[in-house]
Design a protein around this ligand. Structure first.
Ligand code: C2E
Ligand code: MG
Ligand code: MG
Length: 710
């Protein structure tokens, strides 16, 4: 509970003030009662003493007058005995302290005693003077006694007088007793009052306590709960259980509204979280979610000496799917891939496995050791990668079309390869890239050597830049033969790079570098010009003979820039080569990627007389029907089909179908990679037009090719 002047404290303070006021009122009341009681007693005392004094006076005066009359005769005759009898009789009455009979001079005649010791003495007490002087009934009082005297007369003659002292002490005693009684009664009454007031106060106190309790229970407590809950929510804990209430009043309404509000907040929070952490297409975790989980796991595992593996899977040539079949098909492929990966990961990845899509065609899988998997995380990761490569290599059906796609996977391990998330992810990327370089559709574990490979690639790009000017790049020519009569009809120009230190660099490596760095846009035209120049020289070397064509590979990027027709025209113009002697080899992807643009471009090229061939035909998805829509002069059947043409009846069937289809469209068919006589024979038998391959002739340098012609 917090130390602050909260609602409850305020109510308590208010109740305390109210109680204090009531208490003060009670004290005031008691005080008043006390004073009233005192007043009552005082007034009573006055009234009583007045009344008693009056009464006593009247009674005693009557008695003393009567006594005086009775004493008249005895005193006249000076019968002391009779005077004594009367005096004593009077003296015996209660409350009488003395009876004195005296003569006119004030000398005592009798005092009611037997011996009368005071006989003849003159009265000299303080009241005596008035008594002696009085000629009629006279009463005077002191504190202790009331003195009533009356003259004793015979006729008009005064014989003396009698005075009787009434003891006031007994009267006072009596009075005090009566007042005591009165006070007792009043006290009893006051006590009763006290009890009532006490009961009232107790009742009020109980009422106050009850009110405090009720306020606490029905107002303060729920409000405090709400305040606590809202503070929790403010701190970001949306899952805190909000206080429930089934009360049918305003507080109940408030609490229910609050509950609904916090639920909707929690829901929104969940939605936002889900949106921020999941990939919209596949519903898998996204890069952000993966990164957070990875950081968290690394933190947990670091001290525990446990291992973790990351698999970076990238679909091979996925761009081709998007380019050739459209983005809907691309999404479909990604979904199917995601499902396959998910299934495999669920089956083999272990409990802690996590799958995420990093955008594009990149999937990342996190696996951990444990769950009793033998051989640690390396074995588990390589098994998973193995199965994934096989599973994802299975054909996929998209838009009623079978598509073959491979996947390259890079694997990196914690803590072997790196200890931080960022380096792990970079390693995974490098390993994946190496899997691509190694021929795709396979997996590679990260190794430090790969870093060097990446560095080499950057280096390579740098060196390739000036290679043409330094004379490191050259063209080789591979002859192309007509199957019908076995005559050489042309040659394909292939680029070679002789690196000063590394020697020959494979075209698959440097062409890729040139392609990705954009270098191909300057290299391409240089190759084209050189090839045209060489082709013109061939013509001079064989005057009169059938002119040979030169076939030049053109990268998709060159086609995309849009100024290929101008470059081609310029080359032909500069070198003087006849347009129909130049063949351009374009890959399927280059043509199909942007069909409309490509078609118009091809049409422009062909209108100048240049021939266009589709290279590596059969490896894309365009299919045979595609040939109708793209204006080309020939197709080069990919060497992967030719390689198996003797062993695999399917490949033979496909090759035969391509030849038939192409011929029906009036298109020339070239077979690549003829390495055996048997292949040559089969192709000739099936009616293939042209062929090239090691069995017919290896690519050779320009000078050597010239001697070949001679
Ligand atoms: P491509 O256009 O399909 O070229 C044919 C490739 O097959 C050449 O490889 C050639 O040496 C090889 N080859 C020829 N006969 C046989 C055979 O009987 N068996 C086997 N196994 N291979 C054979 P190369 O020279 O390594 O070129 C590879 C690829 O590099 C070419 O494939 C082409 O796409 C690209 N390329 C080469 N030169 C250039 C160029 O100047 N510009 C562009 N854009 N691409 C080029
Ligand atoms: Mg080619
Ligand atoms: Mg080819």
């Amino acid at each position: 509970m917090k130390l602050r002047f909260g609602l409850q404290a305020k109510f308590l303070a208010m109740m305390a003030v109210a109680m204090l006021v009531v208490l003060a009122l009670i004290v005031l009341l008691l005080n008043r009662q006390e004073r009233m009681q005192r007043e009552v007693v005082g007034v009573s005392r006055e009234a009583m003493s007045g009344m008693i004094a009056d009464n006593l006076k009247r009674h005693s005066e009557g008695m003393v007058s009567q006594l005086a009359e009775s004493l008249a005769n005895p005193l006249y005759y000076f019968d002391l005995d009779a005077v004594g009898v009367l005096s004593r009789a009077t003296l015996r009455n209660p409350g009488i302290s003395y009876v004195l009979v005296y003569d006119t001079d004030g000398n005592i005649v009798h005092d009611g005693s037997e011996e009368i010791p005071s006989y003849g003495k003159r009265m000299d007490d303080p009241m005596a003077f008035e008594v002696i002087a009085a000629r009629k009934l006279h009463t005077q009082s002191s504190d202790v006694v009331m003195d009533v005297s009356a003259p004793i007369m015979i006729g008009n003659e005064r014989l003396g007088g009698v005075r009787v002292g009434y003891d006031l002490k007994t009267v006072h005693q009596f009075q005090d007793q009566a007042l005591g009684n009165l006070r007792g009664r009043l006290d009893a009454l006051a006590q009763q009052h006290m009890i009532w007031i006490g009961l009232l106060a107790a009742g009020l106190l109980a009422l106050g306590a009850l009110m405090v309790y009720l306020i606490q229970r029905f107002l303060v407590q729920p409000i405090r709960q709400l305040a606590d809950a809202s503070m929790e929510i403010e701190a970001g804990h949306f899952d805190t259980s909000t206080p429930a209430s089934n009360r049918h009043d305003e507080v109940g309404d408030l609490m229910r509204a609050f509950g609904r509000m916090s639920q909707s907040l929690a829901r929104h929070d969940r939605d936002i979280r889900r949106m921020a952490y999941t990939d919209a297409l596949t519903g898998l975790a996204n890069r952000l979610a993966f990164r957070e989980t990875l950081d968290q796991r690394l933190l947990q595992l670091r001290g525990a000496g446990r291992q973790l593996g990351l698999l970076f899977a990238d679909i091979d040539d996925f761009k081709r799917v998007n380019d050739t079949l459209g983005h809907d098909a691309g999404d479909d492929v990604l979904l199917q891939f995601a499902n396959r990966i998910q299934e495999t990961v669920t089956r083999l990845g272990g409990e802690d496995a996590l799958l995420a899509r990093f955008g594009g065609d990149e999937f990342v899988i996190l696996v951990q050791d444990g769950d009793g998997h033998e051989g640690g995380v390396r074995a588990r990761a390589s098994h998973l990668a193995d199965v994934l490569v096989a599973e994802l290599g299975q054909p996929i059906v998209v838009h009623d079309r079978q598509v073959f796609l491979g996947t390259s996977i890079g694997v990196t391990l914690f803590p072997e390869d790196a200890s931080g998330a960022t380096s792990l992810m970079k390693n995974g990327d490098i390993a994946m890239y190496q899997a691509k370089v190694a021929g795709k559709n396979c997996y590679r574990f990260y190794s430090r050597a790969m870093d060097q490979a990446v560095e080499r690639r950057v280096h390579l790009e740098h060196e390739l830049r000036g290679a043409w000017d330094r004379g490191e790049l050259s063209l080789v020519y591979q002859p192309v033969y007509r199957l019908g009569d076995g005559a050489m009809v042309g040659a394909e120009a292939l680029l070679r790079w002789r690196h000063p230190e590394q020697g020959l660099v494979a075209p698959s490596v440097f062409i890729d570098v040139a392609e990705q760095s954009g270098l191909i846009e300057t290299l391409g035209p240089q190759v084209l010009r050189a090839a045209c120049q060489d082709a013109v020289r061939w013509q001079h070397a064989r005057p009169g003979a059938e002119p040979l064509f030169v076939s030049v590979n053109v990268s998709p990027r060159q086609l995309r820039t849009g100024d290929l027709p101008n470059v081609v025209a310029a080359c032909l113009h500069e070198t003087g080569l006849a347009a129909q002697r130049l063949h351009l080899e374009l890959t399927e992807t280059a043509v199909i990627g942007d069909e409309i643009h490509a078609s118009s471009m091809l049409a422009r090229l062909r209108s100048t007389g240049v021939k266009v061939w589709l290279d590596d035909f059969g490896t894309g998805f365009s299919g045979l029907s595609h040939l109708r829509r793209v204006p080309v002069d020939g197709v080069k059947i990919d060497r992967s089909f030719i390689a198996d043409v003797l062993r695999d009846p399917d490949d033979l069937a496909l090759t035969t179908a391509i030849i038939a289809m192409a011929h029906s469209l009036g298109i020339t068919v070239v077979a690549e990679g003829v390495e055996k006589e048997g292949q040559y024979a089969v192709l000739r038998e099936r009616g293939c037009d042209l062929a090239q391959g090691y069995w017919l002739g290896h690519p050779v340098g320009a000078e050597e090719f010239l001697t070949l012609l001679g």
